[in-house]
Structure formats: C-alpha cells, structure tokens
Design a protein around this ligand. Sequence first.
Ligand code: NDP
Length: 279
Amino acid sequence: MKPDQYVVIGNPISHSKSPAIHARFAELAAQQLDYQGLLAPLDGFAKTVHDFVVAGGKGANVTLPFKLEAFALATELSERARIAGAVNTLKFESGRMYGDNTDGIGLVADIVRNAGVSLRGKRVLLLGAGGAARGALLPLLQEQPATLTIANRTLTKAQDLLEQAKSLSTSCDLQAYCFADLQQPFDVIINATSASISDEVPPLADTVFCKTTLAYDMMYAAAPTAFLRLAASQGALCRDGLGMLVEQAAEAFALWRGVRPPSAQVLTEMRAALQASQE
Ligand code: NDP
C-alpha cells in the first residue's frame, strides 16, 4: 500500500530541512509515510494545495511566503493559529482543512524541555513583531512569565502586539518599547527579528543581558548569529533556533500521526550534521 503523503510547501523550498527531519521522525517512530518538499508558484499556493489534496495528500507544512495564505485557506483553525494570524501546518481529513501554528509551541518546547529553562515567573523580552513573534505570543504567555516586554524597530507594530497580548493575559506585566529605550536586564531574550539573516543585530544596550540571561535567536546557522555573538560577549547563555525548527516539526508530526517522535534525539543528530557542514 502507498504510504501517506505529506509535503512542505514554500518558495523557495530546496533549502528546507523539514523532509530530512520528518523522514527521521518516521523512521524512529516506525511510521509509514512519505514527506517531500513542494515548490509552489508565488501566485499558485491555493492551487498547489488543492492538487495535493485531490491526489490524496494527508497534510502539509507551510513555509515562506505562504503562511498567511494558508491561514486564509484553512476551513478550521487552532486557537494559536487564529491568534498568530498564520498557519504553518495543515491537516486534510474528510474534506476539512485544519490549520495550526506550531512555531511558537516549538519555541517554548525547545526553551523549557530541551534547554531546561522555565519561563514561569521570568522577565521575558521578545524582539520583533512579525509573523514569528505573533506565533510565539500565546505559547509564551501560557508559560506565565512575570513580565513580557515586546520591542520592535517599528514601535507601532510592537504596540499592536501588546494590545493582543493584553487580551490574552491579565496576570503578566506587559510592555512595548523601541530597542533604544530598553535598559533593564531580562531573564530570557528571544530574537524574533529577521536581522540575523543579514548578520545584523537590533541596537540593544549591554545592560539588557546578565550572566543568567538565556539569549535565544530563532534563526540558526552553523556559526553563531550577530545577536548570539553580542549576547555571548555579555556572558549570557546562548541558544539558536534549530531546536525550535525540530520541535515545531514534532508538533506537526504528532498532529498528523497521533504519535510523538523522539525530537531530542533528532535535534542532537541535526546539530551534529550542522556542525559537520562547517568543518
Ligand atoms: P517577518 O518578516 O514577519 O518579521 C521580521 C521582523 O524583524 C519585524 O519585526 C522587523 O521589524 C524585524 N526586523 C527586520 N530587519 C531588522 C533589522 N535589521 N533590525 C531590527 N529588526 C529588524 O519575519 P518572521 O517573523 O517570519 O521571521 C523572523 C525570524 O524568525 C527569521 O530570522 C526567521 O528565520 C526566524 N524563524 C525561525 C523559525 C524556526 O523554526 N527556527 C520559524 C519561523 C521563523 P519591522 O516591523 O520594523 O519591519
């Protein structure tokens, strides 16, 4: 019998690590499935999804630039997808198209489970107010930090996200700032800006870091990003977004298959492969 078919849809797509991650999950969890990268034309996301569903596809991950279109296309949404306004996971079942957003829950799983850093009662700084920051908002608040500060280059976007956060939590102390006004230290700083892609770092005062700060960059690369280099120079603990990538994939896999894959093992293997690629 043909195995169940899954894809990650994006443009471009050839760089995606998702096919390798899901193939390894399937192997370790003894699941029969096929998972491929699928390039959609920039103006053809809905048709690409439709054709895949007609061909019997069971589910899809969605990556840049289609997360907003996937949100619009889904016929049902999880609460976290509704709040994020973006979908990275689709499940096709009995004519339904269920949309979820596993990015934020993957981030929290990597910080709490893999790094062993609790967010409860902590002072958390979220840098950025784009799609990744929106996806992280609800899962972060569900961990009950003492404070959540949102800082963004464009202050009005941080303020919009702050209003959304206020509607989700009454117990957390919530603030929005521009980068230059941040002076106080934080326990956890999450870089959800795309500055790292161009090896830039938001203009942060040294005083936001202390020796016990966890500095987390959602981006990952073989070498530390500019943000992580800055954090390390201030003595902070550093972690990149490879674990977030693996954990968001694990959440999607669990949604589709009803089985939780051994994500920590796959993360260890992916880390080794990333380091080997640098040597
Ligand atoms: P968006 O384009 O939606 O948002 C980009 C954000 O970065 C905005 O807040 C923008 O500010 C800010 N920004 C861009 N350039 C700079 C700069 N030079 N200095 C300061 N701020 C800047 O991107 P996403 O939210 O989708 O992605 C953000 C990051 O998260 C990317 O690095 C991406 O790779 C990573 N990511 C990682 C995932 C993982 O699994 N590890 C999953 C999803 C995302 P402004 O509003 O002012 O334009």
